[in-house]
Design a binder for this molecule. Structure first.
Ligand code: 3UK
Length: 514
């Protein structure tokens, strides 16, 4: 299906003002600890913020406004406030330090910032090194210079700036598992396109649903799943500042949440804790849809989650470059070990190293094309990433006989040992099926004889000893489950694994560890 957008479009009008026109004004919109905002309340806050930005801070359409906060209602209001002014939101991850914030500000030419008081320190450390950044306003701040005090001066509605559908509204930074972070540009129409593709065809939630989850709104997985998608259908969303597994385990029944967004590692941790605490299935009986993204969902994790809750997870691969999920399968079409099929609106293919399409079954680089796509902000890597509208990802995939896309590895996570190609995630998937393993990571380490050998870092479940017997047990297990040359010749037991704030394993940090 081709999506058609009018030439002028502002996503805040589409998602927020039109929600009020549709009569959703008094519906619950954002929920949080001691907080319940209706759609009308969110609109009032966003309008007041837009007035402060445009009338007091001098923000002009096209200027870049940095947003920095844990997931909370004011961050959501700020996001829509920026959209209304026609400025560009620069989404950032809460954990960024001054040094990284300085890079973001310089790269995106940020002129203004709205920042949660609780995260002000690193921004204030960065500010003297950010010549473009002239104004910072703090929110969730009771002081007379805080954003809330300024908002109180503006009670009139704000007429959203009439932006073009292809004006940039969002700069999203890649999470940087490798190399220097890149900024991707997305248009108002891209924001609407992602609301119309995957949520409509795969998620199929409705206005009574209550969304919850962990990804930060500074990560497009979280922005879509925990803000744009619920608002586009009149549903409500729970925003939690620290949505760790134990917090989610409590919050899901407390808010009667029905749709969960998080990464595979969090699904494992919640299921594990539910088991240890002997909590009942379905986590309070309200959950009905569980979305996993950020990294591949191993078959063992899918089974573990289904055992704990009765729910078949919805896996989906998305990226900052494509803005959201482009290959996925709903709960009735899910297959263990497969991500799914291209989301309606998107096309996918598998390419050989010369860029020619490969037949079914062959492993190659995944390329995708659709209504959203990669536009790096002044980066030479744009020409490598996009060819004739095809976005060439860094992921190795193959397509099975039923047309399902099966993730193999990131192309840089292929291990070559004694001439064999071994996908690190395949070995991880097998290890996770063993009862002793809570979490694991597999990398290639240099070896004189074989070039590289497979090494596994393993976090054991309680009650299993980190000894030679367990090493042998795990090695034998892998040898019996897959081709024996894939077994980890080295195993190291660790207490935890390095992950990004988006739940992705940082294999490169294990490679450089002493
Ligand atoms: C990996 C997956 C296998 C894959 C994201 C949903 O993760 C997101 O964006 P990033 O830019 O990373 C993209 C890369 O992450 N990946 C993500 N999901 C899966 N691999 N199966 C999956 N289900 O390497 C991809 O290239 O941080 C995810 C929505 C929006 C996003 N930005």
């Amino acid at each position: 299906p081709e999506l058609q957008f009018p030439p002028q479009l502002n996503c805040a009008v589409e998602l927020l003002d039109k929600a009020i026109d549709r009569g959703w004004g008094e519906r619950p919109c954002i929920l949080g600890p001691d907080l319940r905002w209706t759609y009308a309340e969110l609109q009032r806050k966003a309008d007041a913020i837009a007035h402060v930005l445009a009338d007091e801070m001098g923000v002009r359409p096209g200027q870049r406004v940095l947003l920095r906060a844990p997931n909370n209602a004011m961050l959501a209001a700020c996001w829509f406030g920026v959209m209304k002014t026609g400025a560009v939101a620069v989404a950032t991850m809460p954990l960024l330090r001054a040094k990284e914030l300085k890079q973001v500000v310089a790269k995106a030419q940020v002129t203004h910032a709205l920042c949660d008081l609780s995260l002000a320190e690193e921004l204030q450390l960065a500010q003297p090194h950010c010549p473009t950044l002239t104004q910072v306003r703090l929110f969730n701040d009771a002081s007379p210079d805080g954003l809330e005090a300024a908002m109180a001066r503006h009670t009139r509605p704000f007429m959203a700036v009439d932006t073009a559908a292809d004006d940039t509204c969002l700069l999203a930074f890649t999470s940087g598992t490798t190399g220097e972070p890149k900024a991707t540009m997305h248009f108002h129409q891209d924001v609407m396109a992602i609301c119309l593709c995957w949520p409509k065809h795969v998620l199929r939630a409705n206005a009574d649903d209550v969304f919850i989850g962990s990804p930060p709104l500074g990560f497009t997985f979280g922005l879509g799943g925990l803000l744009l998608f619920p608002l586009s259908i009149g549903a409500s969303t729970v925003l939690l500042e620290k949505a760790t597994p134990p917090v989610l385990l409590e919050a899901i029944p407390q808010y009667r949440a029905t749709v969960l967004f998080t990464a595979p590692t969090t699904y494992r941790a919640i299921a594990e804790q539910a088991r240890e605490r002997r909590l009942s299935v379905a986590l309070g009986g309200t959950l009905r849809k569980c979305v996993s993204a950020g990294e591949a969902l191993p078959a063992a994790t899918r089974v573990q989650w289904k055992d704990a809750t009765g729910i078949e997870a919805i896996d989906g691969i998305g990226s900052t470059e494509m803005l959201h999920i482009f290959i996925s399968a709903d709960e009735t079409h899910a297959r263990a070990g497969a991500t799914g099929t291209p989301v309606p609106g998107y096309q996918a293919c598998i390419l050989d190293p010369d860029g020619h399409p490969l037949p079914r079954g062959a492993v190659g680089r995944l390329a995708v094309r659709g209504p959203t796509g990669c536009r790096y902000l002044d980066d030479p890597r744009q020409a490598q990433y996009v060819h004739d509208g095809w976005n060439v990802t860094g992921d190795a995939y193959c397509v099975d006989e039923d047309g399902y896309y099966r993730y193999q590895a990131r192309t840089d996570d292929m291990i070559i040992s004694a001439g064999y190609n071994i996908a690190a995630p395949e070995v991880e998937t097998v290890l996770l099926e063993h009862a002793a393993v809570a979490e694991c990571a597999v990398i290639g380490v240099p070896d004189d004889e074989r070039g590289q050998i497979v090494k596994a870092f393993v976090v054991l479940r309680a009650g299993h000893a980190p000894d030679a017997a367990t090493v042998n047990l795990l090695q034998d297990y892998v040898k019996r489950a897959v081709a024996p040359y894939k077994y980890p010749r080295a195993i190291e037991f660790v207490a935890d694994l390095p992950r990004t704030a988006t739940g992705k394993l940082q294999r490169f940090r294990l490679k450089t560890a002493p």
